[in-house]
Ligand binder design. Structure first.
Ligand SMILES: Cc1cc2nc3c(=O)[nH]c(=O)nc-3n(C[C@H](O)[C@H](O)[C@H](O)COP(=O)(O)OP(=O)(O)OC[C@H]3O[C@@H](n4cnc5c(N)ncnc54)[C@H](O)[C@@H]3O)c2cc1C
Length: 386
């Protein structure tokens, strides 16, 4: 939201260079995404070429090694890109475009040079699409208990099982996939890169969802898929550790999405409350509306500031496992309330399709579930404070 003092408030986090990047992403979104969002939401999909367009401008290459097509940049560059993409009003679309952001970091951090050349570079350049496969039909929270097996047979792993709710499943060329290579529990899990053209790999139809309509979500199946051992990421049976490491950035980006959701809902509400009359005066003429708006703005401000502070510490290399879980939960609690209040301010129109607050309300619901539920975040926080 362009509040009067926003540049003052956030200048400690965002430099002039960040703001130049922000303008470039904002211009791109205005031209290439916003005009088509309604259509893509209704179609439950968007053109695959959008990945390439985003990649050509370097928006998804920030922080990856330059030798594989990456662009130098810090967490706040990534934040700028996420925030500005989300301003198109469809966090579902951004989630699908962002499946790279959750599936590539394990390859960048622990992959071999050959893996990076084959599986990192072409995704960064927008020539391949990548997804992350962890959740299974039998459960997503209890990652340590996942059931998809990868049995070593000579130079291959034989993979059997399935994954569900996978973002970008129907578009993906490769899946960064958690499998069981060892015994029971967290110490028997590994990460494999699985090409989706591997014989035995199949994908369901697009899963119909409450929100995130433009996002592409599917179930995937492995039926005796032979995956070369050179596609193992890092060390065998260290996958659980890599998954937990990877969750930190995902949780930060979900907190950011929740904050932008609140920001857009507040912007819409401010506009509407000024324009809409009831009992002969604008809605802003009622103290109850003004106070609602004041609460929405206050909660958003606190959440955004906390999220940025956590991000700044992550940027400085300070461990923020507890804090990023807190930031995600706090931002989602705020966005739950703010999107509820926004639809309330809109009255019946808030329930109507075609109004942004209606989509924000629906799309917001997943943010407290994906990337680790609100309850799992609280388990993490309580373990670390007790
Ligand atoms: C639109 C969408 C996109 C997604 N994208 C991806 C993706 O790209 N890749 C991927 O791998 N996954 C993805 N997910 C899966 C998501 O991460 C999981 O849905 C989430 O982790 C929860 O797992 P679950 O749905 O199996 O719920 P469950 O684990 O079955 O949990 C059900 C309920 O029980 C609670 N619960 C579970 N364990 C505990 C506990 N120990 N203490 C207290 N409460 C508990 C949960 O909080 C929840 O309320 C996506 C999901 C959706 C809906």
């Amino acid at each position: 939201m362009e509040t009067k003092n926003s540049s003052v408030t956030y200048q400690q986090y965002f430099s002039k260079e960040h703001e130049l990047l922000r303008k470039a992403v904002r211009d791109f979104v205005k031209k290439e995404i916003t005009p088509f969002v309604e259509e893509w939401e209704e179609a439950n999909d968007f053109p695959k070429e959008l990945y390439k367009k985003v990649a050509d401008l370097g928006f998804n290459s920030i922080g990856y090694p330059e030798e594989y097509g990456g662009t130098p940049g810090d967490i706040f560059d990534q934040i700028v890109v996420t925030e500005e993409l989300c301003r198109c009003g469809s966090t579902g679309l951004v989630a699908s475009l962002g499946s790279h952001g959750i599936s590539l970091p394990p390859i960048a951090a622990h992959g071999t040079p050959e893996q990076k050349k084959k599986y990192l570079e072409p995704v960064i350049t927008g020539d391949r699409i990548s997804a992350l496969g962890i959740t299974e039909p039998s459960g997503g929270s209890d990652v340590a208990n996942l059931k998809t097996t990868a049995i070593r047979e000579g130079d291959y792993y034989l993979v059997n099982g399935s994954k569900t709710f996978i973002t970008s499943a129907l578009h993906a060329d490769q899946i960064t996939c958690a499998v069981r290579t060892g015994g029971e529990g967290a110490h028997g899990i590994s990460f494999l890169i699985i090409d989706t053209d591997t014989p035995g790999f199949s994908v369901s139809k697009e899963l119909k969802k409450m929100g995130w309509w433009a996002s592409n979500t599917g179930e995937i199946f492995f039926d005796n898929c032979r995956v070369p051992v050179e596609n193992l990421i890092g060390e065998e049976n260290k996958g659980f550790y890599y998954i937990m490491e990877n969750f930190q950035a995902e949780r930060l980006s979900l907190a950011l999405m929740a904050n932008i959701t609140s920001e857009l809902a507040l912007e819409e509400s401010l506009k509407y409350a000024r324009e809409r009359d009831a009992f002969g005066k604008p809605l802003t003429g009622f103290q109850v509306t003004r106070h609602k708006l004041a609460d929405m703005a206050t909660m958003l401000e606190a959440s955004r500031e906390f999220t940025y502070r956590v991000a700044a510490k992550m940027n400085a290399g300070v461990e923020q496992i507890k804090e990023v879980s807190m930031a995600k939960n706090f931002a989602c609690t705020v966005s739950n309330q703010v999107t509820f209040d926004a639809t309330q301010i809109f009255g019946g129109y808030g329930f109507m399709r075609g109004y942004l607050v209606e989509r924000l309300y629906r799309d917001n619901r997943i943010l407290s579930i994906g990337g680790g539920t609100q309850e799992i975040m609280k388990e993490i926080i309580s373990k670390l404070i007790l």
